[in-house]
Design a protein around this ligand. Structure first.
Ligand code: THU
Length: 140
């Protein structure tokens, strides 16, 4: 499947799910809605949105919401195949550092499509978080 092409049709179900999640974002403090959707190896798509809190640091990013939902549904290491992240920001929004680390727990190479209403760009987790710290480094 052509996840290496940001304009490939294979991204459409993920982008659609990410926009639907975006509409559900709970972002009363920042006003910055984020939608995400990930693809699992079994073909299922799991959405996530950002969920803010009056205690600001407790807020959860969209990407981590999606990962936590997917793990709750049985996603295992290596099952994470692709991720789409959408916002209405003029500049495309990449996953924050904390989300990169959480994603790296479940995938090595991971195509990530960044999209707004008009633009798309493709990146890979390997480039966003080179030399990631993983469970491999805990081996004694
Ligand atoms: N946010 C995400 O959902 N994902 C990111 O990777 C970057 C930031 C959210 C967190 C917060 O609710 C809002 O965007 C502003 O930082």
């Amino acid at each position: 499947m052509a996840f290496s092409d940001p304009h490939s049709q294979v991204w459409e179900p993920l982008v659609g799910a990410a926009w639907r999640a975006w509409a559900s974002a709970y972002a009363p403090y920042s006003g910055f809605r984020v939608g995400a959707a990930l693809l699992r190896a079994d073909g299922s798509i799991v959405p996530g949105c950002n969920v803010e809190n009056a205690s600001y640091p407790v807020s959860q990013c969209a990407e981590r919401t999606a990962v936590c939902a997917a793990v709750s549904q049985g996603m295992a290491v290596g099952d994470l195949l692709a991720l789409a992240v959408v916002t209405e920001a003029g500049e495309l929004t990449p996953p924050c550092g904390a989300c990169r680390q959480v994603l790296a727990e479940f995938a090595g190479e991971l195509p990530i499509l960044l999209a707004n209403r008009t633009d798309r760009s493709l990146c890979d987790l390997r480039d966003l978080l080179p030399q990631a710290f993983t469970g491999r480094h805990l081996a004694r």
